[in-house]
Design a binder for this molecule. Structure first.
Ligand SMILES: [Zn+2]
Length: 169
C-alpha cells in the first residue's frame, strides 16, 4: 500500500476493524516516511466458496485458519503482520478469481505455499514440511494447537484476523 501523500511504499497498518455491516475492513495506516496517517477501506470477500476437506466434508471458508497457519510458519521471521494479512488477501483473491463453488483444502495449502515461496524460503519450508506431513490445513492447525503453539480462536473478532493483539509487535 503506497502512501497517498508522498507515494512511499513503506506504510504500516496501525488499526484495523470490520465495518458495522461486516462487508468491509477499515484500516488506519501510517506512512513510515512522511509519518502522515490515512485510511483505506477493503471489501471483505462476500461469497467465498465452501472448503472441501480431505475426508469429503465441507465447511465454510475460515480466514483465521489460514492466518494461523501462515503466522506459525512465519514465527520469528522478518515478516510483518501486514504482509501476513496481504498473503491471506491475495489467496482469497486468487480463489475468487478461479473458483465459484468449492475449493479443496489441498488447493488452499498449495496457494499458501506459493505465496510463502515468494516471500520467505524458511517460512515456506516450515509450512511445506508441516503441510505435506498432515496433508490438510485443518490437521496442520490442529497439530499446532495440540503443541500449544496456536491460540484458540473462540473470540469472534478473530474470524477475520482483526483482533488488536494481531497488530502488536
Ligand atoms: Zn508518506
Amino acid at each position: 500500500m503506497h502512501c497517498p501523500i508522498c507515494h512511499a511504499a513503506a506504510t504500516k497498518v496501525i488499526d484495523s476493524r470490520e465495518s458495522a455491516d461486516g462487508t468491509s475492513i477499515r484500516r488506519r495506516r501510517k506512512c513510515e516516511v512522511c509519518q502522515k496517517r490515512f485510511t483505506t477501506y477493503e471489501q471483505l470477500p462476500a461469497h467465498m466458496p465452501s472448503v472441501v476437506k480431505n475426508d469429503g466434508r465441507r465447511e465454510n471458508y475460515d480466514r483465521e485458519k489460514i492466518l494461523t497457519g501462515i503466522r506459525k510458519a512465519c514465527h520469528k521471521r522478518p515478516i510483518s503482520t501486514e504482509q501476513i494479512l496481504e498473503i491471506a488477501e491475495q489467496i482469497e483473491k486468487n480463489i475468487l478469481d478461479t473458483t465459484t463453488q468449492e475449493i479443496s483444502t489441498t488447493a488452499i495449502g498449495e496457494q499458501i505455499m506459493a505465496q510463502l515461496f515468494q516471500l520467505d524460503r524458511v517460512a515456506y519450508v516450515r509450512f511445506a514440511s508441516f503441510y505435506w506431513n498432515f496433508k490438510d490445513i485443518d490437521d496442520f492447525v490442529h497439530s499446532l494447537q495440540i503443541n500449544n503453539l496456536a491460540t484458540p480462536s473462540s473470540d469472534p473478532r478473530r474470524s477475520y484476523g482483526l483482533s488488536s493483539e494481531n497488530f502488536s509487535a
